[in-house]
Design a binder for this molecule. Structure first.
Ligand code: AMP
Length: 181
């Protein structure tokens, strides 16, 4: 992506100060999704590096990871697998607990969603502390999947999430970075 595209993509992401609580700059991608050329640029840029890589699936994290992940899966010719908040999937699941700022939550995948050795790209809109993506990595590995990389539209580098995933042996690709929380 050239510098002009990068700036255009950043400009298409709305920042909502102090949402959902004081001190947080919420990076709202609905403005990017609603802008056809920018949505296309984001999907092209997320999918582009993998055009010559064998991928069986894209796994998207609920909920914004579904929108991006479904489009990327189509582009790279892979299946799509949802990683959901607990209690939403109808068949037998595997589950992992992870820490949020206050308390813990759990996420799930269908136990039969992936076979050992299948090659997966993990997608979400944003990586902050990396806690959510790390939980997703654990779930995918529980099923024996090989995680080719984790891809995000936005990285908040000050929060260290990319380093946390790379320490687990997962390459991280992000399109844009913003300073702060
Ligand atoms: P984390 O587990 O800390 O990496 O947080 C990542 C998850 O929380 C992603 O699913 C994001 O959609 C959401 N998130 C965290 N911080 C923000 C933020 N500043 N703006 C928008 N979404 C965020």
């Amino acid at each position: 992506m050239d510098a002009r595209d990068l700036e255009a993509l950043k400009d298409a992401i709305r920042c909502i100060p102090d949402y959902p609580k004081p001190g947080v700059q919420f990076r709202d991608i609905t403005t990017l999704l609603g802008n056809a050329p920018m949505f296309r640029l984001a999907i092209d840029s997320l999918a582009g590096p993998w055009s010559d890589t064998r991928l069986t699936h894209v796994a998207g994290i609920e909920a914004r990871g579904f929108i991006l992940g479904g489009a990327v899966a189509q582009r790279v010719g892979a299946g799509f697998v949802p990683i959901r908040k607990k209690g939403k999937l109808p068949h037998e699941t595997v589950r992992v607990a992870y820490s949020l700022e206050y308390g813990i939550d759990e996420m799930e995948m269908h136990r039969d969603a992936l076979q050992p050795g299948e090659r997966v790209l993990l997608i979400d809109d944003l990586i902050a502390t990396g806690g959510t993506a790390e939980a997703a990595v654990k779930l995918l590995r529980t099923l024996g999947a090989e995680i080719v990389a984790a891809c995000f539209v936005i990285d908040l580098p000050e929060l260290g999430g990319a380093r946390r995933l790379e320490a687990l042996g997962v390459p991280v690709h992000s399109l844009v970075a913003f300073q702060g929380h």
